[in-house]
Design a protein around this ligand. Sequence first.
Ligand SMILES: [Zn+2]
Length: 100
Amino acid sequence: MAKLTNYMEFIVRQELPAVMESRTDVCQCRTCQLDIMAFALNQLPPHYVASEGGHIHTMVNIASAQLKTQVLVAIVNALNAVAKHPRHRVKKGLTTISRR
Ligand SMILES: [Zn+2]
């Protein structure tokens, strides 16, 4: 079924794990991960595309290199913000997301 996808969110989801893994100073738990995603996406303009069964039309891929750079900047800003002000004080080691 066709649905509307925020392509920015798609790129953030794609790029976030690698950037987070490189930042050992940032808590890797799901709460912080979602905070980082929210913070990054709030800085970015939404970029909605119609997708069919998870397939995003190739037209969007033309712009993706530029969008990806924008997204990476937003993710780094978000990581810095969450590193300074984590949602919780104690690191939740047990809820840490599993690494590949
Ligand atoms: Zn956390």
